[in-house]
Design a protein around this ligand. Sequence first.
Ligand code: ADP
Length: 548
Amino acid sequence: MPGGTDQTLRPFLWRAERMHPDVEIVSRTHDGIERYDYAEFGGRVARLANALDEAGISDDARIGTFCWNHHRHFETYFGVPDSGRQLHTINPLLPDEHIQFIVENASDELLFVDPSLLEKLAGAADPDAFASVGQFVVMGEQVPETDLDATDYESFIAGRSDEYDWPTLSEDRPAGMCYTSGTTGKPKGVEYTQQMLWSHTMATLTPQGLGLDDTDVVMPVVPMFHVNAWGMPFTATAAGAKHVYPGPSPDPADLAALIEEEGVTITAGVPTVWLGLLEYMNDNEVDLSSLEQVIIGGSAAPESVVRRFDELGVDVLHAWGMTEMSPIGSVARLKDGMDEWDDSDRYAKRAKQGLMVPGLEFKVIDEGGDEIEWDGEEFGELWVRGPWVTTEYFERPEANEEDFEDGWLKTGDVVSVDPDGYIEIVDRAKDVIKSGGEWISSVELENALMAHDDVSEATVVGVPHERWQERPVAFVVASEERESLKDELLDLVGEDYPKWWVPDDVLFIDEVPKTATGKFSKKDLREEYSDESLIAGKAPEEAAPESD
Ligand code: ADP
């Protein structure tokens, strides 16, 4: 027998409004800090839903946002899906062609846009690609000078009722949408149904997930345009926790001030954000005493960051996920008894991508199509399935064929699994380097290089090679570019890895190119350095395992 209602987001807001009406939502905006409580939030969400109806927006419309993390953006997180519509968050850092493709592909009817991003959006707003967009609403109290026909948000919702007759929705109803940043090819749309967002929220609420509760003060630094800020606005609401939104382009000083002044207990973001904060703390006094946990994901959390936060009394939780997974898949929590382990074993475990959260299943498939042993040594491609994992891309049958099979998502991440069930990413499938038919893990080489004090960023890509198909070449950002550093780095890799893994060259660059989500873009480097002559004559005589 099915339960009495479908799994939808509405009860989370209902509960927060009724059971935690006085809990605060704090937001850093262009105009300073704004704050209100769940009671007022609920009223404004209803006003927004009424405004959308009265503006003639279809009751199942897709609505885009082009915004940083703030309270108005948060209002769309409930006002849009609870009224039956679909919230499509757009990454404003994408190139114009991607924005045009995404808006056209999603047929957004209305776009919410931040004042500071208005010019960028107007520049991308090609009339053909944006033909579906009937209205632009600027997130503030006025509209800056623009060619777009726009209204300001406060006028848009002003005078509407703060009661709304919320529809009973089916859990299959599309509620959200996000495009993967497309490190290869065009961005791919992922739709989130009500049920996917509901189940992701419930799983991340558990202690085996993120474990939030109403004593928490939650600050998502991960952008709300990137997979729903890892679902935290929903999870924090379900928990009745206080929210803190860091606003447009927050710098380390802004984050430090919010942590201190608002008593943030849990925050989340990609590693570069935390490297920035820690660097800022070298020269500035910051009181982190309220902070209990930093969730790090999106890219591997460097062990040095985990250790540094530990010294500051802050626990790091390393998490892995994907746009296709709403996004959280695994977290590196220690199991019962592991607390007793010695330091290096504990850190090694916590630096892994960790244990799947309850509700998901995975398997790891090697090149021959067999499941690997969970011995921490063998590796293959990680496949996952579960209630919040998508089974298709939006209108992309060719990509569906490649990335899904029998309800499983083929993640493209190459992993090993240890006997305790912790997964560890060895590489992304397309970044694996193949020398003489054998895999070399670019991730491991990068970690080895980044362990050198003079190296701030390092990435390793496969450059085509006539004899060995590919050979690794390292690209390094260093504080000092001296010839001897190159030798030191190659020796460093040589200490821990077989000869044939040692890069054929180390090239110094000013900065590693980044994708719109802040990850290293190996595609750009690969294109730039696709010329074999670059490493001609540099490969070792035997660049395959037999040579060892
Ligand atoms: P995009 O693919 O658009 O860059 P996603 O957020 O969907 O954005 O990226 C998902 C990928 O990011 C994963 O498949 C994995 O390769 C990488 N990733 C995410 N979290 C981690 C992590 N904790 N450690 C290493 N890689 C990670």
